[in-house]
Each structure stands twice: as C-alpha cells, then as structure tokens.
Design a protein around this ligand. Structure first.
Ligand code: X5A
Ligand code: ZN
Length: 678
C-alpha cells in the first residue's frame, strides 16, 4: 500500500500576471501560489511532502480535452505585445493573457498529470498540485473565468487513457460552478462530477441555467453530473458537511471510484471576496479526510480559485496536513445547516433519485409546490452556523478576516504527536500490525487493583476481568494524556471495559464522549448528564431508554454478501456524531456483532474525523483480520475496499428515515429535507 504525500509547485507559474487594469481579473494574483507555499513552509509541512517536479503538458495531452483551434490561439499569444494580448483576452469572459500564460498553463496541466502519474504508479498515496492558471471554467474551445486549459479534466482523461480507469470522481469544492468541466463530461458516465457553487437563483456568475440542481447529465451520462447550488451567501462548515453526508458521499460510495480528483478552489472559504461564504479552514481537513476513504486513498488535489490570501493559505495547509495523515482538527461553529442549504440538498437528492439505487426510496412528494417554497426562502433568516465567523464577514472587511483567522487558527489545535496508535498487542501481533503502531506494556495486577478498587469497584466484581482492564487503562491513559492519538485494546469483556473507559474519561475531565457499541452489550452506562452519547448498533431490538437523545439504538444487520452499512454511517451516525462534537470517541466491539470487518473499519475511519481523531477501540473478537483492519483504520491507512455494493433495502432506508425524523430536532446535522421545516 502506497504511502507519502506529493506536493507539486514551481515558482515559474507566478510569472503569469495581469498587465493592465481589470477590476474583475485583478484578484487572480501570483501571490496566491507563493504565499500558500510559504504558509506550508511555516507549518513545517513542506519537509514532510514528496516534492515532484512539474513538466509541460504536451500538445497531445491538451488535445485530449481542447480543440486544436483553442490550442493554437493560446500558443500564438506568446509573442504578442500588451495591446494584442488585451485584444485576445477580450474575446473571453474574465480572462487575461500575459506572454508567459501559455507556458504557465502548460505547466499547470503537466503538474496535474505528474500528480496523477505518481498516485497511479503508487509512488505516493495522494498529493496536491499548486497551480496557476486554474482550470475548471475552461472549455473545449474557450478560456473563461481565469482558466485557459482545464487541468482537472485533462488529468481525468489522461488517467482513463493511460491507466484504463473506468470510474473517476471529480469533486469541485471551488465556490464557482466548473461549467467547463460539466460540459466536458456531461455525456460521460465514467466521470462523476460533483460541484457546489454560489448560485443565488442564477444571479451569481456565470449565471447559467445549467448550473442548477436539475442538470444531471446527458445521454449515457445521465446521473453522473451533480450540481448543488447555494442560493444564499454565508454558507458555513455545517452546510458543507451536510452536503457531503446527504449528497456527495453516499453517491461516491455507490459509484466506487478508482481515482478521486479535487478541483480544489478555496474561494468557498471564509473571507473570500468572490464566495462570501463562512466556512473556516478546518472544514477542508474534514472534506479531505472523507475523500481519503474512497478509491483506496488515491486522491489528487489540484488548486483552482481562492482569493483571500490568508484564508487560502490556511486552507491549503489544512488540506495538505490531512493528506499526510495527521489528526483531523475539531470543527468549529454551531452544527446545524441553514434552511436554504437543506432545501438545495433536498432538491438535488430528488433530481437524482432515478439514477442512484441508494436514493430509490427518497420521498419526492414535495416537488409540486417547490417554487413557492423557494420564493419564501429568499427571505428566510440568515445562516446560523459559525456565528462568530459570520459577524466578521457581514462587514466584509479583509483585514478583519485576517485578524479573525489569526486568532481562530490558534484555537485549532494540532494534537502532538501526530497520529500514534497504541496497543498492548497479542502474541505475534508485531507481524500483522501496520507501521506506526506502538506496543505498550500492560499494567501489572497490583497496579490495576489499586486503580479499580478505588473508583470502579461496583463495575468490577470478578477478579479475572481485572487483567483485561489493565489493557484498557494503560491505553486509555495514553490517549487521555495525549501521548498517543488513538489505540486498540483486546478485551474478553468489551462492554465492561467500555463502561470503565467511559467513566474514567469523564472523571478525567472529558465533556462529551461518543460511544459506539457494536454487538450485544449488557452494560449500558448512565447517559443522563449528557457527557456521554451512546449509539448501540445491534441485531436485537433494544427495549430500554428509547426516546432519550443520549442513547440511540440502531438495529442493523449488515447484508452478508456486500456492504450496505455505509448508508447508516453517512445518513445517521456521522450526522449525529458531528452534531454532538465529542472530545473523545470510544468504540466497543462486543459479541454477536452484526457488522462485518469492512463495516467496522469504515465506521472507525470516518469517526476519526471527530474528537481530533482521538479514538479508543475495545474489541472482544481478536480475529487477526479484524484487528489488522481496525489498526489500519486508526493509523489512517485507507480502509479495504468495501466489497460488492449493496443498496440498502426499503426496510433499512425506512429505519434510517424514522430515526432521522425522531432525532433531527436534537441532532440537527440529520436534516436533509425541509418538508417539516417550513
Ligand atoms: C477559478 C475561479 C473565478 C472567475 C470569476 C469571474 N474563477 N468573475 O475561481
Ligand atoms: Zn472559483
């Protein structure tokens, strides 16, 4: 399994610049690249990356996407004087030529292809290319919106051709619609294109009808173009996460890409003059972390927009450090998507219902009176998420945002040391555990007895359970003291170990512990004080304490042949977990577990996005394959392929829907439709 993160950057690409006055284009400055690179240096991320040289994309490679005519026009600008350059530039919507533009654009294409090659050849696991000019507005025969050649589209065509790929996912989180990319792939079912974008009911540039949610693709490509229009500015962290949970990620898991490419614009981040959105830099760590779970981790991130230099630089750093496998920082702000975001999410889900098995039972009865609702929503209240952030941007003051970010980033902690996983291991475990897993010595019996008899005597009745508790304590302690990020302990009594672990961490001072029980658990601790949230995934119906928001029983038996559990993880568990915002996650795998190895690994991998990646797993079943998969998920090596895709049955979809209805007032990230909201 490949490791390492590539970074591609060349100063040469800063030579492309605007030579005359143009208030539309003057934000696309060379410093976007150089200051992001310096920011990476100041966080000591540069030395951790594998540096790859750029190259010029060849004419043949450019012609994979563009017309010969377009290539010739671009080539001809190299020798033009300023006046001629200006005249050619005026043929396009928002583009400027410089004598070095053609060369830079070829380097930008080549950088994207270098990254694809390194990832596909297994030289690195993933990587980022910092390039200018950007690409996603560029079309077969036209420059547009600061873009000359469509770097990402060329990279996708190249990957299909050179590596025979049949499924590529392009995620465009730039705040503008990559209409160029949409046009290039709209009839192509081998490329799934997702874009969210500021739209404001078609008032925002490029103001196209085809940027709306009902543009789902054409011909064979129907269903493979996903547009999520934002009809208000001020969208924040929770809106972006909701879009991932309820739209992109389930589709991406069903699509099962072999490679993921990100059109990575950061103008969707706070402070950007174009986007006017409120999402803070750490959201990009989360988005990156989610995408790392697809395509066996093969992820190529290619820069597009981003015009607030400080916001851009911080967001680039968040992305790169997540690619490197560092713990994911805690997300800030109130976790509730706004009404307008939920409406957009509902609309795109409805539009895609015919094309995705996972959406087969989506309720679309609201469609008739949709236009009225949209009208109402124009006047709806402002976005409640990231309150402090929105106050800043309402005044739209670049200096203020800079100050805000400076303070904000100080609060975004990066747990030291980056990702270490502890285990006491078992006989010969060093042979199957992945690298970076630290074996720790077990506590001796007297030590444990001393600890347990003090505070946990009521839980521990039998002497023989003491030994397994020793493992629990020694690992948990390292997590609590932040010596390691996460850990696994084998225990013949997982429920008991988890109960002790929960009580211990609350005693230690943790305020919100998320506990996921998998299997039959006898011992469910008291959750009344809200310091614990328990999600119990089991086959048998649980009778106790339903209706309490801190104890949720999810009856789920994974389909034997494949994997349908992702629909429960994305549609329910993650939204609840992100609403709760735990500072520690405990996962207990007990007897009669109704989930397979891949389901458990997926759960752990995705829950690493919470609590600064602090996860403690206690596991009763010490089957080597399970232990190994859990350890891999914890160290952030990507999870194994999820097996044959099995869409959830109607019964299961209904179950999730019922739980969502029951809990969405309490756990607001569950909201994916507005029908009860207005
Ligand atoms: C790549 C990118 C934006 C163009 C805006 C033109 N382009 N008004 O962010
Ligand atoms: Zn943009």
């Amino acid at each position: 399994m490949a490791s390492g993160t590539a970074l591609i950057y060349d100063e040469e690409m800063t030579t492309h610049k605007l030579l005359w006055n143009d208030p539309i284009c003057d934000i696309e400055v060379p410093e976007r690249l150089s200051s992001s690179y310096e920011q990476l240096r100041s966080y000591h991320l540069l030395e951790r990356c594998v540096h790859l040289p750029v190259r010029e994309g060849s004419e043949e490679e450019i012609l994979l996407v563009h017309s010969l005519e377009h290539l010739e026009v671009a080539k001809s600008t190299q020798t033009m004087n300023e006046e001629e350059l200006k005249r050619v530039s005026e043929n396009y919507d928002a583009f400027f030529f410089h004598p070095s533009t053609y060369h830079c654009a070829r380097l930008a294409v080549g950088a994207a292809l270098q990254l694809v090659d390194a990832v596909m050849a297994g030289k690195v696991r993933n990587g980022m290319a910092l390039v200018r000019p950007p690409g996603h507005h560029s079309q077969r025969n036209a420059a547009n919106g600061f873009c000359l050649f469509n770097n990402v589209a060329i990279a996708a065509e190249y990957a299909k051709l050179k590596y025979g790929l049949q499924r590529i996912l392009i995620v465009d989180w730039d705040v503008h619609h990559g209409q160029g990319t949409q046009y290039i792939f709209e009839e192509d079912p081998s490329v799934l294109y997702f874009s969210w974008h500021r739209y404001e009911h078609q008032e925002f540039w490029p103001s196209l009808k085809e940027s709306d949610y009902d543009a789902v693709g054409l011909g064979k490509g129907k269903g493979f173009n996903i547009n999520l229009p934002w009809n208000k500015v001020g969208m924040g962290n929770s809106d972006y996460l909701a879009a991932f949970f309820h739209v992109l990620l389930p589709m991406a898991f069903e699509f099962d890409p072999e490679l993921v490419i990100v059109s990575s614009g950061y103008d969707s981040g706070i402070g950007d003059p174009e986007g006017q959105m409120n999402a803070t830099p750490e959201v990009f760590a989360h988005l990156t972390h989610f995408l790392m779970q697809l395509a066996n981790g093969k992820l190529c991130v290619i820069l597009e927009g981003g015009y607030h230099l400080k916001s851009l630089g911080e967001s680039v750093c968040m992305t790169v450090r997540t690619l490197l496998g560092d713990p994911v920082p805690q997300i800030t702000g109130e976790m509730a998507p706004c009404l307008s975001a939920v409406e957009s999410i509902q609309n795109v889900r409805a539009a895609h219902k015919p094309y995705w098995k996972w959406l087969a039972y989506e309720d679309t009865s609201f469609l008739q009176n949709l236009s009225t609702k949209s009208h109402l929503l124009k006047k709806a209240n402002s976005n409640p998420s990231t309150e402090d952030a929105s106050q800043i941007t309402n005044n739209n003051n670049t200096v203020k945002v800079e100050r805000f970010l400076e303070l904000h980033m100080k609060n975004i902690l990066f747990p030291v040391p980056p990702i270490k996983t502890a285990t006491t291991g078992s006989e010969g475990s060093e042979h199957f555990l992945p690298e970076h897993v630290q074996l720790v010595k077990e506590m001796d019996e007297t030590e444990i007895k001393a600890l347990v008899s003090g505070f946990y005597a009521d839980l521990v009745k039998e002497d023989k359970t003491l030994l397994s508790l020793g493992r629990t304590f020694v690992i948990l302690d390292k997590i609590l003291k932040k010596e390691v990020c996460n850990g696994i302990a084998a225990s013949p009594t997982a429920a008991l170990s988890a109960a002790v672990a929960l009580r211990h961490s609350v005693r230690f001072g943790f305020q919100r512990v998320l506990c996921v029980f998998v299997g039959d658990m006898q011992m469910i601790p008291n959750t009344e004080d809200g310091k614990m949230l328990i999600i119990n995934i089991c086959e048998k119906e649980q009778s106790r304490k339903t209706g309490c928001k801190h104890y949720i029983s999810l009856n789920w038996k994974e389909d034997a042949g494949g994997n349908d559990f992702f629909s429960a993880v994305l549609g329910f568990i993650l939204p609840v977990a992100y609403s709760y915002q735990p500072d520690l996650t405990v996962i207990a795998v007990g007897p009669n577990r109704s989930l397979g190895i891949s389901g458990i690994s997926l759960l752990i991998a995705l829950l690493r996005g919470l609590a600064e990646s602090r996860v403690f797993v206690v596991i009763e079943d010490t089957e080597i394959n399970l232990m190994q998969s859990v350890a891999k998920a914890l160290v952030g090596a990507s999870t194994p392929p999820f097996g044959i895709y099995v869409p959830p049955t109607q019964e299961k979809v209904n179950k999730i829907k019922a739980l969502r209805d029951q809990f969405q007032q309490e756990w607001k990230m569950l909201q994916s439709s507005v029908k009860d909201g207005i």
